[in-house]
Write a protein that binds this ligand. Structure first.
Ligand code: TRP
Length: 432
């Protein structure tokens, strides 16, 4: 049986909150307890530098997040638990991946695009206040994942695009230099992967709407009491749909408990009472971990030792793997025999990639040899029809596109001639 590798990281830019716990820490710890899996958990402190320029806060956050994972049951003897910045091979791999990824892919990253859209709306330069670090964020994340050839990456839904990009980087690199990387997949816990915050938007440090994972019992109660609700009075039926309170409960409750609260909502439970139920349920899960957390926070040297031991394990993989990658790309000892390139000599072709999204629909895209997204299809209910559409494009080339305006679109910033040449390359390759 092959061992499945899980890997996930948390950016050390703040105090861990219930969203991190539900979306990342808890599923990761659970996965680590299964047999047949190998787990990698790390503190993404290089990522933190993108958002935070307060060194003390980064240090504090690293401590708090490490303590949270350990308190949540992560066993450092069973898993590889490390700090990103203890692995210098990761920034090195970031560069190798930077060189195989199309810049256009990064232009389309949600986080970067959101900043650009905000600037544009305010009439500012599109890149105002956007650091190159923010732009490059997905590549660093790709290096985190590909360094350990992780198969599954437990993340929130908002991070799925980054995993998709890591897959693109793996394909582009493998295509040029031979099979070195595994294409990773996102692992999302349904319903609970993205927890709403106090104001109903996604729970996030940037919205200042979080509930700290290790708030005291009293603080936790106060925070839960401040979750937004509508103004329905006691006795009036309440909607579970769109209720942040209900969704948060669901992330902690059993199926039966969830059904029971749904019924209480329908029969008009007072918001105050509902909040108390939610509070008690969450506290029931968190309370046993609180003492462990406090003890760990009070002994930072112990956590440092644990992380150093983790770095030794991680580098036992990263160091030799990086040597192999360096050799693959041509960063070689000069006395080594100069072998003719094989993989690279082959003409690089664009590829059609078919995939299925979480919505259950089928899609495809055309990606250039250097990883640039050229064409994107709409949703197809059947994989067969998607496949037929690809076949039409592969045999008829660019001219077929005009006959399918609703099915396939040329990606933003991609010129018609690039698409036309790419499709022609595929036709030529088939003919030869
Ligand atoms: N970007 C992730 C977040 O903000 C953190 C992260 C960094 C990560 N590198 C990763 C998650 C690699 C999974 C895998 O939540």
């Amino acid at each position: 049986m092959s061992i499945e590798r899980f890997l996930t990281g948390i950016t050390t830019s703040g105090t861990p909150h219930l969203g991190n716990y539900v979306g990342s820490i808890r599923p990761a710890v659970r996965a680590s307890l299964r047999s047949g899996v190998e787990s990698f958990y790390f503190l993404a402190d290089y990522h933190a530098l993108i958002k935070v320029d307060e060194p003390a806060r980064i240090q504090r956050s690293t401590l708090e997040i490490a303590a949270s994972w350990l308190a949540a049951g992560l066993d450092p003897a069973r898993v590889i638990f490390y700090r990103q910045s203890d692995i210098p091979e990761i920034p090195e791999l970031t560069w190798l991946l930077t060189c195989v990824l199309g810049k256009g892919v990064l232009n389309r990253a949600h986080a970067y695009k959101a900043s650009v859209d905000k600037n544009t709306a305010a009439g500012n330069d599109p890149d105002a206040e956007v650091s190159a670090g923010l732009f490059m964020y997905p590549v660093l994340m790709g290096a985190d994942i590909l360094m350990f050839n992780a198969h599954k990456v437990p993340v929130g839904r908002d991070q799925v695009q980054h995993i998709e990009m890591a897959r693109d980087m793996a394909h582009s690199f493998n295509h040029r230099y031979g099979e070195h990387f595994v294409a990773p997949e996102a692992a999302i816990e349904d319903n609970v992967a993205t927890l709403p915050g106090l104001d109903g938007r996604k729970m996030s440090k940037s919205y200042d709407n979080t509930i700290a994972l290790f708030a005291t019992r009293a603080q936790l109660q106060k925070l839960i009491a401040s979750i937004v609700t509508d103004s329905r009075a006691p006795g009036e039926p309440k909607a579970t749909e769109g209720s942040a309170l209900f969704q948060i409960y669901q992330a902690f409750a059993t199926e039966a408990e969830t059904v029971a609260l749904r019924q209480s909502f329908a029969s008009g439970i007072a918001w105050g009472d509902a909040k108390n139920i939610v509070f008690e349920r969450i506290d029931q899960e968190i309370a046993p971990m609180r003492a462990t957390y406090q003890a760990l926070i009070n002994d930072p040297a112990k956590i440092e030792t644990i992380l150093q031991a983790g770095a030794v394990k991680a580098r036992a993989i990263a160091t030799p793997f990086t040597s192999r990658l360096r050799h693959a790309v041509g960063l070689r000892h000069l006395a080594q025999k100069n072998e003719p390139d094989t993989k690279t000599a082959r003409a690089a072709l664009p590829v059609f990639k078919q995939y299925r999204e979480a919505d259950g629909q089928f899609y495809f895209k055309l990606v250039s040899a250097d990883g640039q997204l050229l064409l994107q299809s709409q949703a197809f209910a059947s994989p067969k029809v998607a496949g037929q559409t690809i076949a039409t494009l592969q045999s008829q080339g660019y001219q077929a596109l005009s006959g399918m305006p609703d099915l396939v679109t040329v990606c933003e910033g991609v010129s018609a001639s690039v698409v036309s040449v790419a499709l022609q390359d595929l036709i030529d390759a088939k003919a030869n």
